[in-house]
Design a protein around this ligand. Structure first.
Ligand code: NAD
Length: 476
């Protein structure tokens, strides 16, 4: 752990083995911090913030340091990508793409640091002057999940530091490796001690302290909806600012006039990318009734050829699930789907391949004959499981798509732009893709409507989350 500019073990001396989900080998031993360690980190961040040299450093200098982290990530991209693949099982190609995005996130927010000079507004009171400025919030607690370990961390670390806050980051206890490595880079660029702190350990102890502590001013969390609710309640204790990036059950709407081949390939990519362990996975396929049979046939055929394997093997298209527990959760949902009367048309079990028996693999799975009232259609499975429903009109497609407690992302496929715009305008979701799935980048905000979260990451909005707005009025 990195606390107050020092690399330290847990005060309790506890450690945790970090497992490669491809073969269950122990790849590292991490410090297992608890409340005590988190309190020490919060204290360091509090002192560093209150002392003020980071928040009052000229914003261009802060920005330069944050950008430099991005440059070092580019320098160490291959090493970081390999670590991420060891830790998560995702293909090294995916990990490399993640690292390139992560470097861009640091460069983007580093560049934004000195762009907001505040605003003079016209005051209705004679002989007065009013200006509105943005200031850092203070000490920020940041908690990330295991599916995109460093990507989610970067979305939080970069804007928080660029805006002049101090931070305590707690990554998922099962995938801490790349976040540790980035704190080495934070040390290398010379971010002052106490400004950026890293604690490792479980959510219930090391994490929970961040949401309950009175010394934390903001908590930013990415993870499951139930954990999000717990954190929101705990944060109410001292009225912390909260930013929550939670789950999704994202619709992928395909009209009959869509480019068939691309829509089939992308429907598979939408849901099976990273074994479906993606908050924005297109796990609900809504397909216009007239092309249902032909489309499903093509999906099944292509699904059978998805190559599961070692993320380091360049032929691998999909790696394992993150853990035995998580695979068991997915298996349970498949059983629920069968009992609910959905039709299992491909997958629905672990692979037979003897080489995959030590990893937490599960075959890409598709259910047809699904209806909105089914749990597999409503609940986030967070695995390689696709449900298929049909619609007849664009109005019905919108209604089905919005029939969810979630509102993270959705996509629409059609060659008719006006139909696409009709749907895009009505989806109650933070991101809508037209004739594509998954693109995101540092410049565009990301976040959820409804129970998918509160607030936004990335873009200018992602930086604003880490600022307070102050009105300064002067009587001349
Ligand atoms: P999780 O909620 O189990 O854990 C996320 C993090 O919270 C971990 O670091 C964990 O240690 C910590 N945590 C757990 N209990 C805590 C508590 N009581 N107090 C403080 N911290 C606690 O989620 P997960 O299983 O790691 O990740 C999967 C979930 O993340 C999915 O629901 C997925 O949709 C969501 N996710 C959302 C986005 C997004 O951008 N909206 C991105 C990635 C993942």
């Amino acid at each position: 752990m990195y606390i107050n500019g020092e690399w330290v073990n847990a005060q309790s001396g506890e450690t945790r083995d970090i497992i490669n989900p491809y073969n269950q080998e122990v790849i590292a031993t991490a410090a297992e911090g608890n409340e005590e360690d988190t309190r020490a980190a919060i204290q360091a961040a509090r002192v560093a913030f209150d002392e003020g040299s980071w928040s009052t450093l000229p914003s261009s200098e802060r920005g330069e340091l944050v950008s430099r982290i991005g440059t070092l990530i580019r320098r160490d991209l291959q090493e970081l990508a390999e670590l991420e693949t060891l830790d998560t099982g995702k293909t090294v190609e995916e990990s490399r793409a993640d690292m390139a995005d992560i470097a861009n996130v640091f460069l983007y927010f580093g560049g934004l640091a000195d762009k907001d000079g505040g605003e003079v507004i016209s005051s209705p009171i004679p002989n007065s002057e009013s200006k509105v400025v943005r200031e850092p919030v203070g000490v920020c607690g940041q908690i990330t999940p295991w599916n995109y370990p460093l990507l989610q961390a970067a979305w939080k670390i970069a804007p928080a530091l660029a805006a002049g806050n101090t931070i305590v980051m707690k990554p998922s206890e099962i995938t801490p490796l790349t976040t540790v490595k980035v704190f080495e880079l934070i040390e290398e660029v010379g971010i002052p001690k106490g400004v950026a702190n890293l604690v490792l350990g479980s959510g219930a102890s090391a994490g929970a302290e961040l949401s309950t502590s009175n010394d934390v001013d903001l908590i930013s969390f990415t993870g499951g909806i139930e954990t999000g609710k717990t954190i929101m309640q705990a944060a109410s204790h001292n009225m912390k600012k909260i930013a929550l990036e939670l789950g999704g059950k994202n619709p992928n709407i395909v009209f009959a006039d869509a480019d068939f081949e691309t829509a089939v390939d992308q429907a598979l990519n939408a849901v099976f990318f990273h074994a479906g362990q993606v908050c924005s996975a297109g796990s609900r396929l809504l397909i216009e009734e007239s092309i249902h049979d032909e489309f499903v046939e093509a999906l099944i055929e292509r699904t059978k050829h998805i190559k599961l394997g070692n993320g380091f093997d360049e032929n691998t298209q999909s790696g394992p699930m993150i853990s035995a527990e998580h695979r068991a959760k997915v298996e349970n949902y498949v059983e629920i789907g069968k009992k609910e009367g959905a039709k299992l048309v491909v997958g629905g079990k672990r692979p037979d391949d003897p080489e995959l028996q030590n990893g937490f693999f599960y075959l890409p799975t598709i259910f047809t004959n699904c209806t909105s009232d089914m749990r597999i259609v409503q609940e986030e499975v967070f695995g390689p499981v696709l449900t298929v429903e049909t619609f007849k009109t664009k109005e019905e497609a919108v209604k089905l798509a919005n029939d969810t407690i979630y509102g993270l992302a959705g996509a629409v496929w059609t060659q008719d732009l006006s139909k696409a715009e009709f749907v895009a305008a009505r989806l109650r979701m933070g991101t809508v893709w037209i004739n594509d799935f998954h693109p995101y980048f540092a410049q565009a905000p990301w976040g959820g409507y409804k129970q998918s979260g509160i607030g936004r990451e990335l873009g200018r909005e992602g930086m604003d989350e880490y600022t307070e707005v102050k009105h300064i009025y002067r009587n001349k």
